[in-house]
Design a binder for this molecule. Structure first.
Ligand code: PEP
Ligand code: MN
Length: 447
């Protein structure tokens, strides 16, 4: 029998609420068998790691730390190989050093990794020619190939996803423990970027990174620096509730944790009040993040925070603002003020990607680097102006030399978008663009 808390919450109490973005499986019995199997498998992360991340988030809420969260929009099962994983880890580590130098704060790294396999979609079907099929919903659900069999949701993919997440995490842990020096050998990345980029700014960013690393070593000693850098946390959108529920376990302290990841977030398409996703998240002890779009009413946001964190606990809530460069100035101030008035503790994070998505003339989903930079810079400035502060950044980025976002000194032209576009869903910054984004920020007066 499923244990239920006094407040009526249990890992499956979400089932009594409306589920948006629900997956319709053809064979409910097969789904039940997969969920039962997942329930028996060991957790992927530990509750003590989750608690440590929560402390880091609490520090970031007080302005003593900065969090960088980044990775693919959608991870694919085929990316579960040594090269791809180590490139992802190296990219986030190197970027975090640049951010540390820029913000003058210790950094905590969180990957969109080891489980970012399920995707919400604005359109639930996709039409090509005369054929209409279920949209691609992430490797956890179906296959991206456009055919009826590939697009049919298959519950067995959840078991595969669990295995790939576990293999990915295992490799990350071993990389961080034993191959630190190699992790900072960015020669491959630098040379692949050099062959594509021409302008000076990129080289300046890369030099800044090398300087940051040597300063880090000088002041902390190599061993201590490594210890700090080996902390690496995972996150994904808690979208597929059957999967999340099956990996939810009660710890020795009596609290329930989602142990498929350290840091689950709820996406903008599933955050409606009374939603199944919010019901699930309210009962777990992990730090949780909420994506906040421009149409959210400030008072509703206050009530949501109070409901998800009734005791106003430190480190519990992160709000990932994703407004777009045109909207942020109109919407963010009122939200900050409403939360301040109600004395609500949150960590503010800026996702400068999702509010700036556009379709290029040649049909590619893209984002303009100038818009991404503008939103991030405005986020820092507006928080400061309203006596708040930005303590985290959330990026869709990759260490692969892709051309998915336009602009920057990397100079991706819209017409080049077809040449190196491998994202399964949303466009990512390549490493050069991510470096340049951070390098271009003006934070001198950020508190
Ligand atoms: C995402 O992070 O990939 C995503 C879908 O974001 P949002 O919910 O903010 O649109
Ligand atoms: Mn995305």
């Amino acid at each position: 029998m499923v244990k239920r808390n006094a407040d009526g919450w249990s890992p499956d109490s979400w089932k009594s609420k409306p589920v948006s973005q629900q997956i319709k499986y053809g064979d409910p019995q097969a789904l039940q068998q997969v969920v039962a199997k997942l329930c028996q498998l060991p957790p992927l992360v530990s509750s003590s790691e989750v608690d440590t991340l929560r402390e880091h988030i609490a520090e970031a809420q007080r302005g003593e730390r900065f969090i960088v969260q980044g990775g693919d929009c959608a991870e694919s099962f085929s990316d579960c190989n040594a090269d791809a994983i180590s490139r992802k880890v190296r990219s986030l580590l190197s970027l975090s050093l640049l951010i540390s130098q820029k913000t003058q704060k210790p950094i905590t790294r969180v990957g969109r990794i080891a489980g970012q396999y399920a995707k919400p979609r604005s359109a639930l079907t996709e039409t090509q020619g005369d054929t209409t099929l279920t949209s691609y919903r992430g490797d956890l659900v179906n296959h991206v190939h456009f055919s009826e069999s590939a697009r049919a949701p298959d519950p067995a993919r959840m078991l595969e996803g669990y295995s790939y997440a576990s293999l990915t995490l295992n490799y990350i842990r071993s990389l961080l423990e034993s191959e630190m020096d190699q992790l900072f050998n960015l020669e491959d990345e630098v040379s692949s970027l050099k062959s594509l980029a021409s302008k000076k700014e990129l080289h300046k960013s890369l030099r800044n990174f090398q300087d940051a690393l040597s300063i880090f070593h000088q002041f902390n000693g190599k061993q201590a620096a490594h210890k700090n850098l080996t902390e690496f946390y995972t996150s994904h959108e808690a979208l597929h509730l059957h999967y999340e529920q099956a990996l939810t376990r009660q710890a020795i302290n009596g609290r329930w944790y989602n142990l498929s990841t350290h840091f689950p977030w709820v996406g903008m398409r599933t955050v409606q009040s009374e939603s199944a996703h919010l019901e699930y998240l309210r009962g777990i002890a992990n730090p949780i993040a909420i994506k906040v779009g421009p149409t959210v009413n400030p008072q509703d946001l206050v009530e949501l925070c109070q409901w998800l964190n009734p005791n106003n606990e430190d480190g519990r809530l992160t709000l990932i603002q994703r407004f777009g460069h045109r909207e942020i100035g109109k919407t963010l101030p009122a939200m900050i003020e409403a939360l301040q008035k109600a004395n609500i503790k949150v960590l503010w994070s800026c996702d400068p990607m999702h509010g700036n998505t556009e379709l290029s003339a040649n049909g590619f989903k893209t984002r303009d680097f100038a818009h991404v930079l503008s939103e991030l810079q405005q986020a820092f400035d507006i928080h400061k102006e309203y006596d708040s502060f930005l303590g985290a950044v959330h990026l869709e980025m990759t260490g692969e030399a892709v051309m998915e976002c336009v602009g920057s000194s990397y100079s991706v032209e819209p017409k080049e978008l077809g040449e190196a576009y491998t994202s399964l869903v949303d466009p990512r910054l390549n490493l050069s663009q991510a470096f340049e984004l951070i390098d271009s920020l003006e934070l001198n007066s950020v508190k």
